[in-house]
Design a protein around this ligand. Structure first.
Ligand SMILES: NC(=O)c1ccc[n+]([C@@H]2O[C@H](COP(=O)([O-])OP(=O)(O)OC[C@H]3O[C@@H](n4cnc5c(N)ncnc54)[C@H](O)[C@@H]3O)[C@@H](O)[C@H]2O)c1
Ligand SMILES: [Zn+2]
Length: 759
């Protein structure tokens, strides 16, 4: 039966009601009845969107919360429960696009728990129930809860005769032709002696790497990307045209059996082994354990490795392994009593996109980012997420005011996946399109791409744009730069800008204004000489631990003067001075990172430092007529970075920063190991193929420490090519250009003595 698809614009917040365990049966009042029908309608509507349209209106987390609220309400008022309550039936039904087919044995859903305490209570209860019936303490089959959709495969005498979706558990959709396109699923089982009839059940999914590729293709074809692997698997499997399904990278793992005429295995794990012999795809991840502690270990392990697996998971399933015990325990109308699913905290939620603003980075790049209603996802509260550039905003199709899918997988940066289209029309105020600003929000300069054809637009006022300076100062003191802990973002703001207007008169937001005492990063190593005593910032006045909405100006780098003590630099400020002194001895690569040269991060900086050793050598290389080629040839550098270096160093005020830092005592050179003779001075050597004893890195290191240059590609300027086993095109090119080729032995001799005049 089709549900009415009108969507109420009233957002329904889950309400906090007492838990079932502490519930006393009470007569439901009108409020409880009203709430009950609201919940039932909403859950049914969400189910239809999820199972039949493959286009969820709510996140799983939101759905689960509403569902558990319904369960609790029913526990409190059992007389409200009807036979067709969502808690009594398996979600989903049969869409008109497919023929309806009855399963031989019913299919069930799973009981969900959302905390380890609940899981423990469930396992203890189930074990007690088994023992009460005279059984042994159960062995637990622990598996991953695959984020896909269930299929039921009916094999008669070893031949696949029908495949169906779960549907409402009794009747599913006939998807035999679509399943026939899935390579993992055998049309014929291998071996002999098959039962006359067996229903093999499993989860169809799209592997994580395939999912990423599929979405890239969808976007390239101008279609909306899938919100998650579950939707994509469901959408792909339920295509009307099997030829479409065939194009989708679907996989499957078995997780159960239904009808089993003449199958004699005693446990589910044993059945898996048999099915594997028959050629069915069995998950590599399941494990049979006997204690609660082992179940918990399994959960902890996969919680940590959640994103290193073949497929996405949303939890762990624990099953009683023994089949006779499974039969003993039976099932409710909706779920088996011998199995439970523990769900990990959600990594994907829905939230409202309140605004899209832009920020200006340290290289002037202007990036839009979303501001959302704060929402908890994967353990942290998120309210901002980058949208990268205007093209990404377009590709994702998000508008200001949309309800969006927000994903934060593990430690990964939160990402706005896309809008929930079905809710767009209902937003009030209506959604509106984001328009990229034409002028810099910090300095008002007109924005433009650095080069024709660039997607990113930038504020070209790099030297004086206040926000760019702030960002550069914050960056140079960062972990990859000089690593000056006492110079964090707040300090960078205080140094580079004035305190701005009173936040109380500015909607509570702290807006920097005017220049601060530091007007260029050239001065950072002279901060101690600047007068920081007058630098103030706005702080909210707190009373009894609460904000008051009123603000006062407080000194940032100095203590507050009292009648007894004059204002002096704070401890942190003293630390800042000390750290600056230490930073002067930072290795060259850190100096390079600190300069905020486009594309020059720690990796490229390390490569440059290893190759050149001093800032002077880099500057000299930049002056050479073939500078671009030389730099691009450094392993780990390449053409784009070479270009960026040349461009950066060509700017006067950039050179002034380098000069000012050098004048302030920044070393800008890595120590040279004097004990190694510089036998390769002036030589350019390329190492290729596998050498018998030296690794590629050891060989390069040996060249560099002896004053030589370890290049990545062969040119007429190459002095030698050191070739090992399986050397490819580089060797061919060396031979074509007549460049001497050395084996490892000859190379080691060269390291020791340098080129002999005979050569
Ligand atoms: N976002 C929404 O609007 C919305 C709507 C309806 C349902 N849902 C989601 O679906 C869930 C309920 O759906 P459900 O009834 O399909 O139950 P479920 O997804 O919680 O669990 C049952 C299903 O898990 C699957 N599964 C994966 N790995 C398994 C394994 N190793 N062993 C056994 N089964 C395995 C099977 O397909 C099985 O049918 C909700 O908790 C919610 O997360 C979301
Ligand atoms: Zn600007």
């Amino acid at each position: 039966m089709r549900q009415d698809r009108t969507v109420s614009s009233e957002p329904v917040e889950p309400q906090d009601i007492s838990t079932a365990s502490e519930a006393v049966e009470a007569v439901p009042d009108q409020a409880a009845r009203d709430r009950y029908s609201v919940l039932v309608d909403l859950i049914q509507k969400y189910r239809v969107a999820y199972y039949n349209e493959d286009a969820p209106l709510a996140s799983d987390a939101e759905f689960d919360l509403l569902y558990s609220e319904l369960e609790k309400l029913e526990a409190l008022h059992p007389e409200l429960v009807t036979n067709d309550s969502p808690t009594q039936v398996v979600g989903g039904d049969v869409s008109v696009a497919f023929a309806a087919v009855d399963h031989v044995a019913r299919m069930y859903s799973l009981e969900d728990v959302f905390s380890l305490e609940e899981l423990e209570a469930w396992l203890v209860r189930a074990a007690a129930s088994v023992e009460k019936r005279g059984g042994q303490p159960p062995q637990w089959l622990t598996e991953l809860k695959i984020d896909g959709l269930a299929v039921n495969l009916l094999y008669r005498d070893g031949v696949l005769v029908r495949a169906a979706t779960r549907g409402d558990g009794t009747t599913g959709e006939d998807i035999t032709h679509n399943v026939a396109t899935i390579k993992d699923i055998p049309q014929k089982l291998s071996g002999t002696n098959f039962p006359s009839e067996v229903e093999i059940r499993g989860e169809v999914f799209i592997a994580s790497k395939d999912f990423a590729e599929l979405n890239e293709k969808m976007v390239a074809a101008g279609k909306a990307p899938f919100a998650n692997p579950r939707n994509s698997a469901a959408g792909s499997l339920r295509q009307k045209d099997p030829a479409e399904t065939a194009k989708r990278p679907l996989s499957m793992f078995v997780h159960g059996i239904g009808a089993r005429e003449g199958l004699s295995t005693a446990s589910q794990s044993e059945t898996y082994a048999l099915l594997k012999e028959w050629g069915m795809p069995i998950s590599p991840y399941f494990k049979v354990v006997s204690t609660l502690a082992e179940v918990m270990d399994f959960i902890a392990y996969y919680g940590e490795h959640r994103h290193d697996l073949i497929h996405e998971i949303d939890g762990i399933v624990v099953k009683v392994d023994d089949l006779a015990t499974q039969r003993e325990l039976g099932h409710t109308s909706r779920v088996p009593r011998w199995s439970v699913a523990y769900k990990y905290p959600p990594e994907e939620v829905h939230t409202k996109l309140l605004d899209i603003q832009v920020q200006v980075g340290r290289t002037g790049r202007v990036t839009p980012f979303g501001i959302m209603e704060p929402v908890k996802v994967a353990g942290s509260t998120v309210e901002r997420a980058t949208l990268h550039n205007q093209d990404v905003v377009k590709a994702k199709g998000v508008m200001i005011g949309d309800v969006v899918v927000l994903r934060k997988a593990g430690d990964v940066i939160p990402e706005i996946v896309g809008p929930v289209m079905a809710l767009r029309e209902l937003q009030d105020p209506p959604v509106r399109e984001f328009v990229m600003p034409t002028h810099c929000p910090s300095c008002g300069t007109e924005l433009a791409p650095a080069k024709d054809g660039d997607i990113d637009i930038r504020c070209p006022n790099t030297k004086s744009c206040p926000i760019q300076l702030t960002e550069r100062v914050a960056h140079l003191s960062g972990r990859g730069g000089f690593d000056i802990e006492a110079l964090g973002y707040e300090a960078a703001v205080a140094l580079t800008s004035g305190p701005g207007p009173d936040p109380a008169e500015n909607g509570g937001s702290i807006a920097p204004a005017g220049p601060g005492p530091l007007t260029s990063e050239a001065q950072v190593f002279s901060i101690a000489e600047l007068d920081l005593s007058g630098v103030v910032v706005w702080r909210e006045i707190r009373s009894k631990g609460e904000g008051t909405g009123r603000f006062q100006q407080v000194p940032y780098f100095y203590t507050k003067a009292t009648s007894k003590k004059p204002s002096v630099p704070t401890k942190t400020t003293e630390k800042l001075y000390e750290e600056l002194e230490k930073a002067k001895k930072a290795p060259l690569w850190r100096v390079l990172v600190a300069l905020s040269i486009r594309h020059v991060g720690p990796t490229a900086s390390r490569a440059l430092a290893t190759r050149y050793g001093t800032m002077a050598a880099i500057q000299e290389a930049l002056l050479a007529p073939d500078a671009r080629e030389q730099l691009a040839n450094v392993d780990g550098v390449g053409g784009i970075i070479a270009e960026a270096l040349i461009e950066w160093f060509a700017v006067d005020w950039h050179q002034e920063i380098v000069a000012a830092w050098a004048a302030a005592g920044v070393l800008m050179a890595d120590a040279v190991d004097e004990s190694v003779p510089r036998t390769l001075e002036g030589l350019t050597i390329v190492v290729t193929g596998t050498l018998p004893t030296l690794s590629r890195d050891e060989a390069k290191e040996a060249i560099i420490t002896r004053g030589g240059k370890a290049a990545g590609s062969v040119s007429k300027n190459t002095s030698y090519v050191v070739a090992g086993e399986a050397a490819g095109t580089k060797l061919d090119k060396a031979e074509a250009l007549g460049i001497p080729v050395l084996d490892e032995e000859a190379f080691i001799a060269l390291l020791a003595t340098g080129p002999t005049p005979a050569e």
